[in-house]
Design a protein around this ligand. Structure first.
Ligand code: ACM
Length: 491
């Protein structure tokens, strides 16, 4: 009896066809039309299959190869699929695998699905069971927010995170680039931000920042894996790194001291100072110009020392700067207290407060991104014995991260306003990649399934069994992960 198919997130439609499996051999070849936008993806497919299968896989262009050749993984753009950029189909059988999608992004989803299907067969061969999978995502926004401000996350580590995101079909990497403890992105018009405010982190740990080239590298690395970057510049609070670099942002005209603690809510911009408007306009315009994606995040959370009117003025100024640069605005839940343009994305996070303004924003035309702290904040401890992480939103065991429904979590939210689901990982206590992945794995896989799979496709017991089979993959990558007692792990 073959093992069950164990893809995460659960695809819409999976059928075992009963044919013989496809066996990966030295002759296995990825075949693709020689279009520029497909070559990078074919190389990615060959690389991923080669690494899982333990041998190099070649890429060939369709015109040079016989379609009847055996051992072929064929990548192709087709129209005969459900609508949506990320819909895809995988058909595997002895000698041939077809990966089909409407767009290159869809092909990436097909490739990672194939990668998850590879299993070891009789005699240690690597093989793919004969299946037909047809699939498309429930939500268009399936994200992970990473706080690179409290502790800096170097490019090489973020690439590991992007790889994991792509593996679970997440498509938005939201970078929380600025906070009281550090400014992590070079901004051309305001060079002192990184010159004076990037070397610090929580607890006196070393800092760091991304140059324009680093950022472009991350954008490109994500793009080929179907992961786009949404940069967050958090204003008008969480700004001590900015007010430390530019004294003109403070009423005294003097820079604030650097900050390496973990309190929130004390720092702020000032609407009446002449330097504030140009600062917002220049910073958001530069960050937008570096970002090919359509969204820029303005933060807006936890401004505890400002009257509502001034807060609304500053949110409006930041939003106007983003829109002037041709981008759409995302902000944390608190911006729902201010007038918003329709189509603004409001990110729900604080499960402790009255959600009425958030619901009202949706009714007035905002789109809602669901990141409930008590389900999707992956820096929360798993249980009372977890050494890393915080617990203000409670413990989040794997099942808590899995068993929730984005469209009904907040009463009164119109289901069609929900644009998607985003996990978040805040790094006050997370100092390196092992600490980060220990919190992400296995919960990132759970959130990915909440975001991708239809509610009727989701089942905790079935997920438990599938996620157990991810452990060898994480081990092979050398990643640190949490062996939740809720799962019978395969090791
Ligand atoms: C947040 O957790 N302060 C958005």
């Amino acid at each position: 009896m073959p093992d069950a198919i164990a893809v995460i997130p659960q695809p819409a439609d999976v059928e075992r066809t009963g044919d013989e499996p496809f066996v990966l051999t030295e002759a296995t070849t990825v075949v693709v039309d020689g279009r520029p936008d497909l070559i990078g993806i074919a190389v990615l497919a060959a690389d991923l299959l080669g690494r899982v299968g333990g041998r190099a896989v070649e890429v060939r262009y369709a015109e040079n190869s016989l379609s009847s050749a055996s051992g072929v993984v064929r990548l192709r753009l087709v129209d005969s699929l459900p609508p949506g950029d990320e819909a895809y189909r995988v058909t595997s059988r002895s000698g041939r695998i077809d990966l089909e999608a409407r767009t290159p992004a869809g092909l990436v989803r097909a490739i990672v699905t194939l990668r998850q299907l590879i299993e070891s067969g009789p005699g240690g061969v690597m093989q793919v069971p004969a299946v037909r999978i047809q699939d498309a995502p429930r939500y268009q926004w399936r994200g992970l927010s990473v706080d690179v401000a409290r502790h800096f996350v170097p490019v090489r580590d973020l690439k590991v995170v992007i790889g994991l995101m792509a593996h679970y079909k997440l498509n938005v990497l939201h970078l929380h680039l600025t906070d009281d403890q550090g400014w992590r992105l070079h901004v051309r018009s305001r060079p002192l931000l990184t010159r004076l405010s990037s070397s610090t982190s929580v607890g006196g740990d070393p800092g760091g920042f991304y140059t324009a080239e680093d950022y472009a590298d991350l954008v490109a690395y994500g793009a080929v894996r179907g992961v786009r970057i949404v940069p967050e510049i958090d204003v008008p609070g969480h700004v001590n790194a900015a007010t430390h670099a530019y004294g003109e942002l403070n009423p005294t005209g003097e820079p604030t001291d650097e900050y390496t603690g973990i309190e929130v809510g004390f720092s702020r911009l000032h609407a009446t100072l002449p330097a504030t408007g140009p600062f917002l306009a220049d910073v958001f315009s530069d960050v937008a110009a570096m970002t090919p994606g359509e969204y820029v995040h303005i933060g807006g959370d936890e401004v505890l020392t400002m009257e509502a009117d001034e807060y609304a003025t500053l949110v409006a100024a930041a939003s106007a700067a983003v829109r002037a640069a041709g981008k759409k605005v995302v902000g944390w839940q608190e911006i729902a207290h201010t007038p918003l343009e329709p189509g603004t994305v409001v990110q729900y996070w604080d499960t402790r407060v009255d959600p009425a303004p958030f619901v009202a924003a949706a009714q007035a035309g905002a789109l809602l991104l669901m990141s409930p702290g008590s389900k999707a904040y992956l820096d929360m401890t798993y249980d009372a014995s977890t050494e890393l992480g915080l617990e203000w939103a409670g413990h989040i065991e794997l099942r808590d991260a899995y068993d929730w429904e984005p469209s009904t979590l907040v009463e009164g939210v119109p289901a069609e306003s929900v644009i998607g689901v985003e996990a978040a990982v805040w790094t006050e206590t997370l100092r390196d990649l092992p600490a980060l992945t220990q919190m992400l794995l296995p919960r990132l896989a759970a959130i990915a399934e909440v975001a991708w799979s239809a509610p009727e496709q989701r089942d905790w017991d079935d997920f438990r069994a599938r996620v157990a089979r991810q452990a060898p993959f994480w081990d092979r990558l050398g990643l640190s992960w949490y062996a939740s007692p809720q799962v019978d792990w395969t090791r």
